[in-house]
Design a protein around this ligand. Structure first.
Ligand code: PHE
Ligand code: FE
Length: 297
């Protein structure tokens, strides 16, 4: 289904030691961190992809594209083509020739999940880290760590949208600040319920914009259509108190009205909000408070 993201990692610069993932038991991240630079970027090594890996990308791409109509937001559908040929894993530099002129973002290759400070620093510079390796055949339906398909197909189309592109940079800057305030856990929940699993209300109905949904063939219809899922209106403080699980479909989704709403709601200084939220209990995914209304799908 979805993927984890780099927000729950040990701090620090790359000392040649693979960072520790959370929630994964004792399996280390699979990337080769020894070849990464201090900022954790590395070469995509595009020529190393095998024909079978390109074919796997092609099949993942085709399956996702066949489901986008009516489930993915139009901004995403309009931009998927900018990734380039669906026949093979794109060269990040080729995507950059289109992405940089559009919104000033560039893709950089990374060996996999990276420590949160390194991740925030890249986002703050409008550089989006994309894992270079692709999942194994057995992981066609489900991969625990983000791979190139999740990172590229799920995240990159919306980086072509000017408002969303600015939100991602603001998030990176906010992340560096949250690290100083020891509030990364709260900020990570915002990332999770927007960038990874966000839904948006449109004139033609509910649609997905979160990368974890858009790169998952099962969660895409589930998130938009399942009557079991709890959908609540976007509420910044509520989101920052809501736990999430990384190993199953989300029990709760939060719905924005527009990317402008998301950007504007997150412009305020989070420091006092962090202070206030620290004394409140966390809420479980799937929980509905007495004052809350589940939104219809
Ligand atoms: N405004 C936030 C702060 O003061 C920064 C931020 C912006 C965080 C957008 C997330 C998304 O910390
Ligand atoms: Fe992701």
């Amino acid at each position: 289904m979805s993927s984890v993201h780099p927000l729950n990692f040990h701090d620090g610069l790359n000392k040649g030691v693979a960072p520790v993932t959370y929630g994964q038991g004792d399996r280390p991240p699979r990337g080769d961190y020894s070849s990464a630079a201090v900022d954790y970027t590395c070469d995509q090594q595009w020529h190393r992809y095998t024909d079978a890996e390109h074919a796997l990308y092609r099949r993942l791409h085709a399956r996702q594209c066949s489901q986008l109509q009516g489930l993915a937001c139009q901004e995403f559908i309009d931009a998927v083509g900018y990734l380039g040929s669906p026949e093979e894993i794109p060269k990040f530099d080729d995507v950059n020739e289109r992405l940089y002129p559009a919104t000033g973002w560039s893709l950089v290759a990374v060996p996999g999940l990276i420590p949160e400070e390194a991740f925030f620093a890249l986002l703050a510079q409008r550089r989006f880290p994309v894992t270079h390796w692709i999942r194994r055949e057995e992981e066609f339906d489900y991969v625990v760590e983000p791979d190139v398909f999740h990172d590229l197909f799920g995240h990159v189309p919306l980086l072509f949208n000017p408002v969303f592109a600015d939100y991602m940079q603001a998030y990176g800057q906010g992340g560096l600040k949250a690290s100083r305030l020891q509030a990364c856990d709260m900020l990570a929940r915002l990332y999770w319920y927007t960038v990874e699993f966000g839904l948006i209300q449109t004139p033609t109905g509910l649609r997905a914009y979160g990368a974890g949904i858009l790169s998952s063939s099962g969660e895409l219809p589930h998130s938009v259509q399942s009557s079991e899922a709890v959908r609540l209106g976007f509420d910044l403080s509520r989101i920052m108190r809501t736990r999430y699980r990384i190993d199953c479909y989300q029990a709760s989704y939060f719905v924005i009205q527009s990317f402008d709403q998301l950007f504007e709601a997150t412009e305020q200084d989070f420091a006092p909000i962090y202070g206030r939220l620290r004394s409140l209990p966390l809420l479980d995914a799937g929980e509905i408070l007495p004052a809350e209304q589940k939104l219809p799908c």
